[in-house]
Design a protein around this ligand. Sequence first.
Ligand code: ZN
Length: 283
Amino acid sequence: MIDDDRPVLDDHLHLDPDNNRGIDAVRDFVRVGGTHMLVVNKPSWHLGVEADAGEDFRPVFERTLEIVEAASAELPGRAWPVLGVHPGLISRLVDERGYAPAEARKIMRGGIDVAVEYVESGDALALKSGRPHYEVDDDVWAASNAVMRRAFERGAELDCAVQLHAESSEDLTEVAEWAEDAGLPAHRVVKHYASGRLKGPVPSVICDKDELERAAERGEPFLMETDYIDDPNRPGAVLGPKTVPRRVAWLLEDGYDEAVRNAHVETPERVYGIDTESTLETV
Ligand SMILES: [Zn+2]
């Protein structure tokens, strides 16, 4: 079991109290030692929102802020929202809704710009962007990269982190260089669902034991996540909400105290500027 005064952060998960477990999943997380979480808005179309303009994302973001507030009320630490546009939206816009890649790019950049407003006002912590993790046509790939680079530019202006959804790779140094070119330091770029050895962005390591061990052994900054999607129709698709605290307990048993501090205190501070210790109420 984990001490009460130890921060345990899940760096990327989704909550859907309107349709699924929602805040019950937060209670499960807390019960086994979880304290903080970054809640990423669900892909817009999962919530029945068919975006034709950036403004269409606003209700998705607003709902995420409410969910984060409800989650924070249950946590001994707190939750923060990460807002943005899921890169898979481009395929939906182009293949299913008949938009040209350039039009899709515009809609998605518009969504990023609306997310930026929430970061600017202090209501959201970071932006979410990226590119498809699957093969796409060249023009769709180019449009996706353009959206991602727009997120880097806006992140640089705001001095906020950008979480990426991208192809599985152990080397995304080129993408980190694009961020640097836009003025956003590479250490403020996080790849979600990452492997433990990723080069370039900071890996938000999916809670696979082997990958966590690789990240812990490497000693570089890393984060831990479940990508819990709170969707009962896809039970095996991702890890449950208890997984990060359980893996923290497992790492501590194996003597990886330094790595646990790295992933739950030092790296969150370095990447997002959040203090998981002073925001933790200890009883
Ligand atoms: Zn996710």
